[in-house]
Ligand binder design. Structure first.
Ligand SMILES: *Cc1c(COP(=O)(O)O)cnc(C)c1O
Length: 508
């Protein structure tokens, strides 16, 4: 008997992962039915459920060993789906307003399903002809939506951090003045990057991973509105040049994480042009607001940046993961990442995306974004984003209307506020009171996050702890904003009654 016949009698192969078309159809339908019911039930569920990691492990029976024997796919899928629904945090809940994590568009969920089924490897064009071309169009549409010039290049990445890092690495290769990819950063003068003190932590990771070290980043102070002090930036650049160092990159923020502040991008762009520095904009949160009338005018200068990071899994409502790095000059991307000559097919230039970024094999992240852009259109997106910003102002009104809450800031779709018992209002600047208010508001956030009625997070404003609501959520309604304000005020009153130090009580 030959080897084939002895190992595979009758050409049969027993595949534990096999699922024939009828089985796939019936399991797929059952899962979709279950998901449709569960999704419809989200608004009536708590935003989140389990307080501790061990409780989650117990509920999902996650402590066991890897089973030697497999199990039937149908019950496995059905049980997993319902357990995930019982024990997850729902960023698709209408009152999930924490951090900057959007509700996923339903077409995006289906898009990821479709993408996984086709399973193109979007590293090489030949392995993903349709998918690579869809990615190219998606990048082009995103660039167009936020006002970047025609011809802007870029690629889909996992999220804002990676999109910003692509900008950082591209700037490093373009600006070093020596072959920094071959010789490393030690082969030239010290490279310096400049970013405001409000910049997201990606900048530390980027400086570290690019070999510059986090000390290479100059954190420029901000003004009261939490925008970068451009005069201080100019002084820092001049001082570093005078010391023989090499400034290469200025990072502007289009929508800071804490309050949604937008740096003076036009002035930063002009400064970078004058100083021959790479201008990168972190628009992971606020970049897409550039599409909307009534957004801060500074966002118009996004189109002047050398590179921009945006995050479709934020304000394009794509399910995680989807980030997008935009780079004005396609050749700069190649110069930063490629190890191959340009690739041609039948006399046409074809994009191999592994030459434009850090990844080799790549999934089809663009599909869910492309489908959503087509379903809603640019106009539909403008409406959804503008509505999110309007909801932030509705929350501000609700906060103003409650005597035990105090509004702090409203920018883009972020509202910050705090609980401030009315009898302490005139004393809020006293040290002991300010410290107590920090503790009270921290307790309110913790209680709210566990309670499940609504979910906001926090920000530090000039060192003070405040509540922070960010709307990137297609399910949120105006009425939800009233509920969030009510819950905040109620928790503030309840906790104030038990937490207030004797010395701060009325009549003390
Ligand atoms: C969210 C965010 C990031 C990081 O993006 P991820 O998608 O979480 O990796 C960076 N910068 C800003 C301004 C952000 O809002």
């Amino acid at each position: 008997m030959n080897r084939a016949e002895s190992a595979f009698p009758g050409n049969h192969r027993d595949v534990p992962l096999a699922m024939d078309a009828p089985a796939f159809r019936s399991l797929g339908h059952a899962l979709v039915d279950q998901l449709a019911d569960l999704l419809a039930s989200v608004p009536a569920r708590p935003v989140t459920h389990d307080p501790s990691p061990s409780e989650v492990r117990r509920a999902l029976e996650l402590d066991g060993p890897l089973p030697e024997e497999g199990c039937a796919a149908g019950p496995l899928l059905a049980e997993t789906a319902s357990r995930l629904f019982e024990h997850s945090l729902f960023n698709g809940h209408p009152r999930f307003l924490g951090y900057i994590t959007s509700s996923p568009a339903p077409i995006g969920m289906l898009g990821d399903f479709l993408a996984a089924a086709v399973n193109p490897n979007c590293g090489a064009w030949t392995l993903s002809p349709a998918a690579s071309e869809i990615e190219t169009q998606t990048v082009r549409w995103i660039a167009q939506l936020i006002g970047c010039p025609a011809g802007t290049s870029g690629l889909m990445v996992s999220g804002g951090n990676m999109a910003n890092m692509v900008g950082f690495w591209t700037a490093r290769a373009a600006q070093a003045g020596w072959d920094v990819r071959a010789g490393g950063v030690a082969a030239g003068p010290r490279l310096r990057a400049y970013a405001s003190a409000e910049t997201h932590t990606w900048i530390q990771k980027a400086a570290d991973l690019a070999g510059l070290g986090t000390d290479a980043v100059r954190f420029v102070p901000t003004h009261d509105g939490l925008r970068m002090d451009v005069d201080a930036l100019e002084r820092a650049i001049a001082a570093d040049r005078a010391a023989g160092e090499r400034p290469f990159l200025v990072v502007g923020t289009a929508g800071s994480v804490s309050t949604g502040a937008v740096d003076d991008l036009p002035r930063l762009a002009a400064l970078c042009r004058r100083e021959s520095l790479w201008f990168h904009v972190d628009g992971a949160y606020g970049g897409f607001a550039a599409a909307v009338d009534g957004a801060p005018a500074e966002l118009r200068a996004l189109g002047e940046a050398d590179s921009v990071a945006v995050d479709p899994h934020k304000w394009l409502y794509a399910p995680l993961e989807a980030g997008c790095a935009l780079v004005r000059d396609h050749d700069a991307l190649l110069k930063a990442f490629s190890y191959h000559p340009p690739y041609y097919l039948l006399d046409e230039r074809a994009v191999n995306y592994f030459d434009l970024g850090p990844q080799n094999s790549r999934g089809f992240r663009a599909l869910k974004v492309w489908l959503a852009l087509r379903q809603a259109g640019a106009g539909g997106y403008r409406r959804m984003i503008a509505d999110d910003m309007a909801l932030a102002r509705v929350l501000a009104d609700e906060v103003r209307a409650r005597p035990d809450l105090e509004l702090q800031t409203v920018e883009l779709s972020i509202t910050t506020y705090r609980c401030l018992p009315r009898d302490l209002r005139t004393r809020a600047a006293e040290n002991a009171v300010a410290e107590y208010l920090d503790a009270l508001n921290r307790a309110v956030v913790e209680r709210m996050q566990l309670g499940g009625e609504a979910f906001v997070s926090n920000a530090l404003l000039r060192g003070r702890y405040v509540l922070r609501s960010c709307v990137v959520n297609i399910h949120t309604r105006a009425s939800d904003m009233a509920v969030v304000a009510d819950v905040s005020a109620r928790l503030g009153r309840e906790l104030d009654a038990t937490m207030r130090p004797v010395a701060l009580r009325p009549g003390a």
